[in-house]
Design a binder for this molecule. Structure first.
Ligand code: 5GP
Length: 204
């Protein structure tokens, strides 16, 4: 039986460019992992193709999938459902292939609860880093600078804690390279490599 593949989750705050980075990652042609196409109840945008960008379904169909336990995770985002069909992920991992998800943060936390050995990558906008430095530097001054946008940004920084890696999306190409580096390194983890050797050496 093939060794089970690795599940890679790209997530992060809304508007950070997850979709753009994911598309660029797969356009490199070097992506030796499989993209899990999400299911959504939102209407297709111009140029989007059913079964390529998303599986576009009705609310009833989506809720039926939830009831039948067919979703790995799902979330409501701006009045629409988005979720990851469980079957494709399981079957692909069982074939020993790595699977890539690009999902919002609530869904990512559900995956974390269900798949603890998945790899969680948080895509972050570059100004959050700057903001963090500013907040630390100013100390008690912080209240003065905390406007609505900064409050939201702080909440977003907090979410980063729940992830394994933070990738700054300063330039799409650079973000893609960083993600590829993470995946290459994760494949070399002893816990992922050891099962191959255990087969060779037997257990004692
Ligand atoms: P959009 O409508 O712009 O395509 O996507 C809206 C948000 O839904 C984005 O943050 C995107 O990452 C997220 N999203 C896409 N597919 C899924 C999914 O299967 N599950 C979850 N939880 N979020 C998703």
């Amino acid at each position: 039986m093939a060794k089970r593949g690795m599940l890679i989750v790209l997530s992060g705050p809304s508007g950070v460019g997850k979709g753009t980075v994911r598309k660029a990652l797969f356009e490199t042609g070097a992506a030796d992992f499989s993209y899990s196409i999400s299911m959504t109840t939102r209407k297709p945008r111009e140029g989007e193709v059913n079964g390529v960008d998303y599986y576009f379904v009705s609310k009833e169909e989506f809720e039926e999938n939830i009831r039948n336990g067919e979703m790995l995770e799902y979330a409501k985002y701006v009045d629409n459902y988005y979720g990851t069909p469980l079957k494709y992920v399981n079957e692909t991992l069982d074939q020993g292939k790595d699977v890539f998800l690009e999902i919002e943060v609530n869904g990512a936390m559900q995956v974390r609860a269900n798949c603890p050995d998945a790899v969680f990558v948080f895509l972050t906008p570059p100004d959050l880093m700057e903001l963090e430095h500013r907040l630390i530097g100013r100390g008690t001054d912080a209240m003065d600078v905390i406007n609505k946008r900064i409050k939201k940004a702080v909440g977003e920084i907090r979410m980063m804690r729940n992830y394994d890696y933070a990738v700054v999306n300063d330039e799409v190409g650079k973000a893609v390279e960083r993600i590829q580096t993470i995946i290459r390194s994760e494949r070399l983890r002893v816990t992922r490599v050891m099962p191959d050797y255990e087969q060779m050496i037997g257990d004692e």
